[in-house]
Ligand binder design. Structure first.
Ligand code: ACO
Length: 308
């Protein structure tokens, strides 16, 4: 039997910090309103998608002890590529000195979870080392005069090194899906800004996090009580609270970095994962539920046994 395990991780954030107080100088909003409705205190803005992806990817490879020539594939989850053509993964591959295949995957904020599941599939069919990166620069498609969206979105990247192992590996259960009839509740035209029906996204987000998280836990042959840590998409602390509550998982088992990162789309789950791993919250053997949702609407969940 051939499985896979995460053996390295890395995170990258732009240097520039934009606080809620900064936003309140140009928008009709307040720090207290943003914190109360979202949990976000500040976010990082700047850089390019490939630049952030390269930084996070390099750290993940270093942590895993990988030489560039040994990597078989790089998957870059992103909604905000640097160019229309080619894929930003091509830039990442070249700058990291890799000689492998490379492609972008766009499932918006579910992109990292989609990519991690995809990478596990590639390992099943024979690849050995895959760099999975989530990177987005949503600030480039955010209307900074729109208080409904400008308070939420930001930039960043996170990456994991996924390696083939003997035996079943870390992935115990997974689920992914999409409902394209909901694409109008969060969209951006090419060259345009994000448009969002915040209330509807909120309602749907909680619903799909619960159904997808439950499906992945069941397929793992586990119950919510078995979950040691939840690493959810970092969109809004109230969405995380509500979903955990409905899943029957205490909120203190959820990792949250959104107070300092905002919503970084495909980067948000690997940023939270790297934070949990670096701070010692992720202990060997821990059962971890990754759960993402995003525009599309898309959703994806994975239950893994952490064993780097
Ligand atoms: N500051 C102050 N007041 C505001 C702001 C603001 N930034 N934004 C809206 N308001 C006002 C509204 O105008 C409204 O006023 P009214 O009652 O006089 O009409 C009031 O505050 C309440 O507005 P709501 O939209 O009902 O506020 P809500 O509690 O729903 O919070 C929010 C809005 C934070 C956007 C919330 O709906 C949300 O987080 N939704 C989910 C968004 C999300 O997660 N998107 C990303 C999905 S992932 C991806 O694919 C990128």
């Amino acid at each position: 039997m051939r499985g896979a395990q995460i053996t390295g991780w890395g995170a990258a954030l732009p240097e520039k910090v934009v606080t809620n107080h900064d936003l309140s100088t140009t928008l009709d909003t307040t720090h207290d309103w943003i914190v109360e409705r979202t949990g976000i205190h500040e976010r990082r803005v700047g850089g390019s998608t490939s630049g952030l992806a390269i930084e996070a990817g390099r750290l993940a490879m270093e942590k895993a002890g990988w030489e560039p020539s040994t990597v078989d594939l790089v998957i870059l989850a992103t909604t905000t590529p640097d160019q229309q053509v080619p894929a930003s993964a091509s830039t990442v591959q070249n700058e990291l000195g890799l000689t492998c295949g490379a492609f972008d995957l766009n499932a918006v904020c579910s992109g990292f979870a989609y990519s991690l599941i995809t990478a596990h599939g590639f390992i099943q069919v024979g690849l050995s080392r895959i760099l999975v990166i989530g990177a987005d620069t949503l600030s480039r498609i955010t209307d900074w005069d729109d208080r409904g969206t400008a308070i939420l979105f930001a930039d960043g990247a996170g990456a994991v090194a996924l390696e083939a192992v003997e035996g079943p590996g870390e992935l115990l259960g997974w689920d992914l899906g999409s409902d394209g009839s909901l694409r109008h509740i969060l969209d951006a035209d090419i060259g345009g800004y994000l448009n969002m029906d915040g209330k509807e996204v909120f309602r749907r987000a909680v619903r799909v996090m619960v159904s997808s998280g439950k499906a992945a836990i069941e397929r793992a042959g586990l119950t919510p009580d078995d979950v040691d840590l939840v690493i959810p998409h970092q969109a809004n602390i109230r969405i995380i609270e509500s979903a955990c509550n409905k899943l029957g998982i205490p909120l203190d088992k959820a990792v949250s970095v959104l107070h300092r990162t905002g919503n970084t789309s495909a980067a948000s789950i690997p940023l939270a994962l790297a934070d949990a791993a670096d701070s010692g919250r992720l202990q060997p053997g821990a059962i971890v539920l990754l759960v993402g949702f995003g525009a599309g609407m898309t959703w994806a969940s994975a239950v893994i046994r952490w064993n780097p």
